[in-house]
Design a protein around this ligand. Sequence first.
Ligand code: FES
Length: 241
Amino acid sequence: MTAQASPRTIRIEAMRYNPETDKEPSWKSYDVPFRDDMSVLQGLQYIKDHLDGSLTFRWSCRMAICGSCGVMINGVPSLGCHTFLRDLGPGKVRVEPLTHFPIQRDLAIDQTDFLRKLESVKPWIINQTPKKPSDGANRQTPLQIDDYYQFSECINCLLCYAACPQYGLNPEFTGPAALTLLHRYNADSRDEGTAERMAVINGENGVWGCTLVSYCSEVCPKGVDPARAINQNKINSTNDY
Ligand code: FES
């Protein structure tokens, strides 16, 4: 009879912080047994279920769709559900909340600032003469869809804000995801809202605040390429001037 291999364990070091009671954040270590198919999110869930029910973090879909599980993993903005423990060992894994955001509790950030910015870019189709259902489908050619489709893949995970040095320096900067979603609608042939959104593009905290580091595009889990959207809007802003 062969001896059963003992389960592998990995040390997850999670940042803990309760702004109501703690002076400053601290680290707490947990030894987590894991299999090859376990994500960092599953590691955090193991901690919550078996080791420490007070650990706070966000998640919902577990499949890189909802955008709620964004955290810093070993210093890199990442989706917890899309990063696997097998790729991170044998050393410890450090998990902390996304950089540049206030901490609500442990690994959960306060997203209020982003939601305000998202609303400011009017991320919906603006059309003064919308078609009635009786007019039939609002058709687009494949080329017209290509103009915006990549940018519509954004899941608002905010990894790009944690990657953006400009947002770190100037919290008023509209930032990668909001500017990308602005472009998603401006580039849509059904939309007529470009003039309304131009003030955001051209403004003090619009596209010209971006210094094109492009780390936002590198960490984006959906291949949205916010740096490309911002660059296209630098051209639009120049033409508008
Ligand atoms: Fe939804 Fe990770 S849990 S993106």
